[in-house]
Structures are given as C-alpha cells and as structure tokens.
Design a protein around this ligand. Structure first.
Ligand code: SAM
Length: 261
C-alpha cells in the first residue's frame, strides 16, 4: 500500500448487481467516454473527436452493446454539436449523474468531466447520457483526487461538489474530501475567476468547508448576505441526495472563487 495515499473519502464502490442494460453500457459505452487511467490529461484530446459524434459513433457503440439493444439516440442525429473548447467543468462525486447530465445538456458548449467511484452510480449516469445523447461528458470511475492530480494548471472553469459524503462522526472527519491538501491541488487546476460550487445538508460540514476554504488564500467565499448560502444558485438541478434530506439542516450552498493570486 502507498503510505502517501490520502484516506478514502467514499463508502462502497459497488452495491447490487448491475441490470443487463447498465452492465452493457459499462462494457461498451464507458470505454468511449473514460478519462485515460494514467498520465497527464490532455483536455483537448479527451473531448475531440467526440466518440458519440453523429450516427456513426453511436452505431459503433450499439453494435458492441449486446445487452443494451435500444439506443434511441440512433434514430435521430442529436442537436448538440461536439464542444469546441469552451469551459471545462468537473463534478466530483456525481452519484447517479442526474445533475451532471442535466447540466451538460443545458450547456452543450461546455465540457464536463464527472468522477464517481461507485460503479452503480457510473452505470446510472451512462444510462442518462445514452438516453439524452449528451456528447460533452467524459467520466472516470474512481477518486477525483487522482484525476485532479493529472489535470494541467489553470484548466478548470467550474467545480461542483454536491452533497459529498459527510463523515459526521468526529473520528471520521479526516475522511472528508475537503482537506488543506485537496484545496491546494484544486486551486492549482482552477483558472483565476473559476468557481467551486459546494452544497451540504450537514451543518458541521458546512462550517468545516468554510473554515478550510477561508484558510486557503487562493479562494474567496462569494457571499454578501444570508440568502446567498440559503438558496441554490440559479440553474441548479436537484440531486438525488438532496432529495433524500438525510442531513441535520437545510442545504447550505457555498460558492468560492479562485482568486488571481
Ligand atoms: C452523498 S453522495 C452524493 C451524490 C450526488 N452528488 C448527489 O448529490 O446525489 C457522495 C458521492 O461522492 C462520491 N465520492 C466520495 N469521495 C469521492 C472522491 N474522492 N472522488 C469522487 N467521488 C467521491 C461517493 O461515492 C458518493 O457517490
């Protein structure tokens, strides 16, 4: 075991057996969308050419997909063009991918990288991608910190961290994603002016996050009044965990900007 490896921030990586259609998508669609497992990430190469561009791309995927016979997107060319180098957005811990795919469809000019260790979540996200025909999403099944470490400096325009695992017991706080080393790496890969959008419904995790971001001089909290953290930002799509209301408070919405320093 690598003694320098940070502590695990997530729970299970697999639950129930995948349904045949989802298993088919993991086998056939995921390899077309996956961030390479190793080496520096070349963002332009990752998104170009789009593996799903046009009918031919989807047909290739369909031919491979024994267990996923019905790709509705095959029946009509999708209106979304391949993104041509607009903003780059990272969603850390996308769960079932509902927010990621909704955002990607709402902003086809942006490029999205979603990272999630939980295989069933990745499979669910693939289903949403396939059903919506979104072409501007790439995925990594694993730890977001492994992806961030391989991103170029100042490459991200936005980062979503929505309802991260709260680790509410004090002895587990060290497993929280928000840690000084993580924020330092995040600051490295974010462009000046880029934004982190964080939400939690655990009061202690909200204070923890505010404290940690405040200590990192390359971030500033974007809030002038209570309404700024009590209400989601415009255009927010409700997430699955948000709906479950498992925390100990109403959701708290925190936006941090990467400063120029
Ligand atoms: C409580 S769930 C919330 C999922 C989703 N954002 C939502 O709001 O429905 C937190 C998710 O973060 C994922 N996660 C935890 N640590 C992570 C890490 N280091 N990198 C990427 N994802 C992580 C977990 O697997 C889990 O799916």
């Amino acid at each position: 075991m690598d003694e320098h490896r940070p502590l695990r921030t997530y729970g299970r990586i697999k639950a129930r057996t995948l349904k045949p259609r989802q298993a088919g998508l993991v086998e056939t669609l995921l390899p077309h969308l996956a961030v390479p497992e190793e080496g520096a990430i070349d963002v332009a190469a990752l998104f170009e050419p789009s593996p799903l561009g046009g009918r031919a791309g989807w047909a290739g995927v369909q031919n491979e997909a024994q267990a996923a016979p019905s790709h509705s997107i095959l029946n009509a060319p999708h209106p979304n063009p391949s993104p041509k180098g607009e903003g780059l957005v990272l969603e850390i811990g996308f769960g079932g991918g509902e927010h990621l795919v909704a955002q990607a469809n709402a902003h086809p000019e942006q490029r999205y990288i979603g990272v999630e260790p939980f295989l069933n979540g990745v499979a669910s996200c693939l289903r949403h991608i396939e059903e919506s025909g979104a072409q501007n999403i790439r995925l990594h099944q694993g730890d977001a910190r492994d992806v961030i470490a391989r991103l170029p400096d100042a490459s991200l325009d936005r980062v979503y961290i929505l309802f991260p695992d709260p680790w509410p017991k004090t002895r587990h706080h060290k497993r929280r994603l928000i840690q000084p080393e993580f924020l330092s790496e995040l600051a490295r890969v974010m462009k000046p002016g880029a934004e982190v959008r964080f939400a939690t419904d655990w009061a202690n995790y909200a204070s923890w996050t505010l404290e940690h971001f405040t200590r990192e001089p390359r971030f500033s909290w974007l809030a002038d009044r209570a309404e700024d953290w009590r209400k989601p930002w415009p255009g927010h799509t409700t997430t699955r965990y948000e709906e479950k209301k498992l925390g100990d408070c109403a959701p708290i919405w925190l936006r941090f900007v990467r400063t120029a320093s």
